[in-house]
Design a protein around this ligand. Structure first.
Ligand code: FES
Ligand code: FES
Length: 172
């Protein structure tokens, strides 16, 4: 067992984990954070995406021990800066408004990948959004409404005085 300390969605965790434990399994099975989903076993789908120290990562591609000392945001902790966790992030609202999901299985990863992408590209073109999300697969929507939603959220976040919080990537 290896001791890790990690901050997830604003809460600190100290845990002993097996060195082979995948981070996505730590989130889901140890902590019960099942908002982060698993869609494949090949690191291809992106359903498991979270923010790790502000960057979007596929949590099935890292070990829990690699999260030691890091700050993680999952779909369950994504909220605007200065807002309560109950308030939806602009991306979450935009996915709802623009019907950017059907079964919803890809949605947590799609939103977290979008959050990481918009932190680096606050005013993206549709092509840039498609390129930025190419590591995330959706079997339902055909992607068009996802692109619309991300573009709308980006516009809202640019207009928001507080910058809507993506620079932090997580609640603090
Ligand atoms: S579950 Fe991680 S990429 Fe598919
Ligand atoms: S909404 Fe079903 S996989 Fe994307």
């Amino acid at each position: 067992m290896t001791r890790i300390s990690v901050t997830i969605d604003g809460l600190s965790y100290d845990d002993d984990v097996e060195p082979r434990l995948l981070f996505v399994h730590y989130l889901r099975d140890r902590l019960g954070l099942v908002g982060t989903t698993i869609g494949c076993d090949t690191s291809n789908c992106g359903a498991c995406t979270v923010l790790f120290d502000g960057d979007s990562v596929k949590s099935c591609t890292m070990l829990a021990v690699q999260a030691d000392g890091g700050e993680v945001t999952t779909i369950q902790g994504l909220s605007p800066a200065g807002a309560s966790q109950d308030e939806l992030h602009p991306l979450q609202r935009a996915f709802h408004t623009h019907h950017a999901l059907q079964c919803g299985y890809c949605t947590p990863g799609m939103i977290m990948a979008s959050a990481g992408f918009l932190a680096e590209h606050p005013d993206p073109s549709d092509d840039e959004i498609r390129h930025g999300l190419e590591g995330n697969l959706c079997r339902c929507t055909g992607y068009q409404n996802i692109v619309r939603a991300v573009s709308a959220a980006a516009a809202e976040m640019r207009a928001a005085p507080a910058g809507a919080g993506l620079e932090e990537g997580a609640r603090t």
